[in-house]
Design a binder for this molecule. Sequence first.
Ligand SMILES: *[C@@H]1O[C@H](CO)[C@@H](O)[C@H](O)[C@H]1NC(C)=O
Ligand SMILES: *[C@@H]1O[C@H](CO)[C@@H](O)[C@H](O)[C@H]1NC(C)=O
Ligand SMILES: *[C@@H]1O[C@H](CO)[C@@H](O)[C@H](O)[C@H]1NC(C)=O
Ligand SMILES: *[C@@H]1O[C@H](CO)[C@@H](O)[C@H](O)[C@H]1NC(C)=O
Ligand SMILES: *[C@@H]1O[C@H](CO)[C@@H](O)[C@H](O)[C@H]1NC(C)=O
Ligand SMILES: *[C@@H]1O[C@H](CO)[C@@H](O)[C@H](O)[C@H]1NC(C)=O
Ligand SMILES: *[C@@H]1O[C@H](CO)[C@@H](O)[C@H](O)[C@H]1NC(C)=O
Ligand SMILES: *[C@@H]1O[C@H](CO)[C@@H](O)[C@H](O)[C@H]1NC(C)=O
Ligand SMILES: *[C@@H]1O[C@H](CO)[C@@H](O)[C@H](O)[C@H]1NC(C)=O
Ligand SMILES: *[C@@H]1O[C@H](CO)[C@@H](O)[C@H](O)[C@H]1NC(C)=O
Ligand SMILES: *[C@@H]1O[C@H](CO)[C@@H](O)[C@H](O)[C@H]1NC(C)=O
Ligand SMILES: *[C@@H]1O[C@H](CO)[C@@H](O)[C@H](O)[C@H]1NC(C)=O
Length: 817
Amino acid sequence: MDSSLGLRLVTITLAFIHIGHAQDQKGFISLDCGLPANELSPYSETYTRLSFSSDENFIQSGKIGRIQANRESKFGKPYRTLRYFPNGTRNGYNLSVEKGRNHLIRAYFIYANYDGFDINPMFDLYLGPNLWDTIDLQGQVNGTRAEMLHIPISNSLQICLVKTGTTTPFISTLEIQPMGNDSYITDSGSLKLFFRGDILISTTLQVNNSNNYSPPKAALTTAATSTNAYAPLTIKWNSSNVFSQYYLYTHFAEIQELQTNDTREFNLNWNGNHYYDLLVPPKFKVFTVFSESGGSCKGGECSFQLTRTNRSTLPPLVNALEVFTVIHFPQPETNETDVFAVQNIKTTYGISRISWQGDPCVPQQFIWDGLSCSNTDMATPPRITHLNLSSSGLTGNITDGIQNLTLLETLDLSNNNLIGEVPEFLGNMKSLVFINISMNNLSGLIPQALQRKGLELFCQRNPRLCLSGSCLPAKPKPFPVATFASVASVAIIIAVLVLTFVVRKKKPSIVGAQQRPPSISSAVNVTYANSPVSSIQTNKRSLTYSEVINMTNNFQRVVGEGGFGIVYHGYCNEGDHLALIYEFVPNGDLRQHMSGKGGRSIINWGIRLRIAVEAASGLEYLHIGCIPPMVHRDVKTTNILLDEQFKAKLADFGLSRSFPVVDESHVSTMVAGTPGYLDPEYYRTNRLTEKSDVYSFGIVLLEMITNQPVIDQSREKSHITEWAGFEVNSGDIRSIMDPNLQEDYDSDSAWRTFDLAMSCANPSSKRRPSMFQVVVELKECLASEKSSRNMSRGIMDSHRSDEVTVLVDTEMFLVAR
Ligand SMILES: *[C@@H]1O[C@H](CO)[C@@H](O)[C@H](O)[C@H]1NC(C)=O
Ligand SMILES: *[C@@H]1O[C@H](CO)[C@@H](O)[C@H](O)[C@H]1NC(C)=O
Ligand SMILES: *[C@@H]1O[C@H](CO)[C@@H](O)[C@H](O)[C@H]1NC(C)=O
Ligand SMILES: *[C@@H]1O[C@H](CO)[C@@H](O)[C@H](O)[C@H]1NC(C)=O
Ligand SMILES: *[C@@H]1O[C@H](CO)[C@@H](O)[C@H](O)[C@H]1NC(C)=O
Ligand SMILES: *[C@@H]1O[C@H](CO)[C@@H](O)[C@H](O)[C@H]1NC(C)=O
Ligand SMILES: *[C@@H]1O[C@H](CO)[C@@H](O)[C@H](O)[C@H]1NC(C)=O
Ligand SMILES: *[C@@H]1O[C@H](CO)[C@@H](O)[C@H](O)[C@H]1NC(C)=O
Ligand SMILES: *[C@@H]1O[C@H](CO)[C@@H](O)[C@H](O)[C@H]1NC(C)=O
Ligand SMILES: *[C@@H]1O[C@H](CO)[C@@H](O)[C@H](O)[C@H]1NC(C)=O
Ligand SMILES: *[C@@H]1O[C@H](CO)[C@@H](O)[C@H](O)[C@H]1NC(C)=O
Ligand SMILES: *[C@@H]1O[C@H](CO)[C@@H](O)[C@H](O)[C@H]1NC(C)=O
């Protein structure tokens, strides 16, 4: 922000989008977190007149804190108490909202040394299953806030604080305000507040603030004009990352009594482009200019400029400016019906497990204890498939809330104090294949419906429970392990095994990866990169296609599918062996197709871009679609394999690991990766995040653009980022482009890809885009390239292979037990 121009950031006490005084507060939720319920509640806050109340009815966990007494005078009443969360990883609020309606959601965090430790906390804020913001109190003596405009897709909203390090999450206030349906509209995604400016020069006259945006009157009675009457008024800021999409809302009102011969008229420019022409602020009434679609800032520098027109006798003026960035929430929430049902069950039985907060199924690492779900990938809303409330001290009847979990497969209510009859509806739930209600105090007859085929029922040790007909205690049945596991649960178990296995294998082995022979063994190395070479040899064997078809029952079951291909569930359990089948990738790796080494064809720019999109999607999947989320840690061109259609597969998960959410285990004991591709920040701090992959991917992109070695000591600038950054200073993209491409590329898409690569390789992980943003940007590059290029060149010598590579691994079997 350029503060010399009379614009200042709003301070913590000034709420902005808010109701005019004495306006209707219907649907508003304004929580003074940590306010004891027995204190006067609700009360009207003096500045905003918002009616604040205690948060006690909206949360089951956390403790009450109060900011240091000597700092209380600096903050309004709602900010003096807070709620902090010493227990559990994810704690959160459950709030009632109107589905499909735009809501303002705002939270304040004022630390003020409430705990006496004087350590500024840092933690994450989640909206349902998705990350909303990272709250970092470092250097924020006046506190900080998170704010956004969001359209909920269900009638309840889960706002959670997630512990990410050693410090304790806390919250001061939480506000929800339903908005009109005609303001703050986006093409897609929600709007996250980037900053908001309120202006200094003031008037004592009333300004009418009724429009769709209803900025506070107090903000409108002030305005900024340029200090030099003829100079444009410019507001500049640096983008947090190059691909952020911005929406601007600027509010104008004339707040001076003008002479009849005076005119105030000006044009608006946004990043150097016309934005709004010939604006004349209406007298004492607000006029709002807003973006209809998002815009990004070239080179990461944003500028908003007001220039007076020649006929204007007065300088331009602006009363308030709000800048939002677009935020996407890719993970769908758990099916609303299931959420409602399980919350009902929770309430009915008074279950107070610390993990039972926020979205029940996702993100996977915070799944409610005792639940399993299907669809925890990114595509469809997850569904609850398993409910285990064994030994949970349940009392009362079996609640009919269970029947609303329509895709429930297993239900375990054993070892509780349940009474009454076994309800008939359990027999009518079509997906249910397993019920355990043993060791309770249930009574009466077991309904006929529960004695259907395909349903395993365990009901022993309920002294007063009878089978139909003869009223004898139900005989205990043997526990049929094989049939109990349903189709979906097997898939889940296998998926978990694969991941457990991958996570366990984390010894770095850079040499092994580089010496790998081409194609077939590359695919093998998906799990074997770190095994001693000899074990690769002994554990690998080739089978005919028909043998594999037989083993996998014609590839009947796909265990997982990412951007990087399909993993089939087909496994053999002969003796000690468990085999995993991967697709065979015949076309070698990307490196070979840029250098032409090994007789490989050189691929053109369009195909390079497509491969980049596919590889990026694979990484995006690892980062946000995987359970648990994973960091690949060894992204490089030799780990991007190409199938016969030149579709990219991400390979070599030898170094991959899930990135932990809690405690300090994110500081890995050993930094691993390939020199040149290794994130310098990770190298320095040992702190592994998904942004390390983004760095490596930036290097891969640079290689795809330039076909230069990543490190070349014979170059003056030995690292590819330094070399490319230096060479391109000439302003000519051709100076760095791979000469093999023979200038056959669209220079606009080349530039954009280059800019993207450099921002991915930014030394500061904060300034790197997310893989989500990388994919979006690359797709746009590809689209612009595609429109003018012939994509067919480069797809050659493709032949189908009947060979499939199979791994036989005993370690996996050990994990299985
Ligand atoms: C919360 O943590 C405190 C101290 O760390 C402990 O005494 C208490 O039992 C915990 N409560 C729950 C519900 O885990
Ligand atoms: C969460 O909020 C919704 C909507 O207000 C309500 O129906 C549900 O019972 C609440 N859940 C819990 C566990 O309080
Ligand atoms: C905190 O607020 C005070 C009073 O409003 C202000 O003078 C000071 O500059 C603020 N500090 C920061 C770091 O924003
Ligand atoms: C917006 O809401 C108003 C009433 O609140 C309704 O009449 C109008 O149809 C809505 N418009 C849209 C686009 O939903
Ligand atoms: C404010 O403006 C609106 C519409 O322009 C008008 O309906 C309303 O009466 C005005 N209110 C005041 C207090 O002038
Ligand atoms: C933007 O960043 C550049 C370089 O980091 C710095 O020189 C410049 O002053 C910044 N501009 C603003 C408006 O903060
Ligand atoms: C407008 O008129 C006032 C007197 O009524 C005069 O002082 C001022 O200079 C005039 N301004 C212009 C731009 O002509
Ligand atoms: C405004 O004035 C400047 C210089 O005084 C001139 O260059 C420009 O063409 C004028 N613009 C219009 C639209 O008349
Ligand atoms: C959620 O589940 C219910 C019940 O099966 C179904 O009717 C509904 O369509 C599902 N909703 C979504 C968004 O998938
Ligand atoms: C339910 O959880 C208990 C332990 O909490 C476990 O012993 C039991 O096997 C689980 N039931 C099922 C069906 O997985
Ligand atoms: C089951 O779901 C229906 C519709 O979603 C709802 O009306 C009903 O109250 C729910 N029943 C229970 C017991 O939760
Ligand atoms: C629920 O439990 C009570 C005993 O407290 C019993 O009288 C009643 O019949 C039970 N209801 C059902 C539906 O089993």
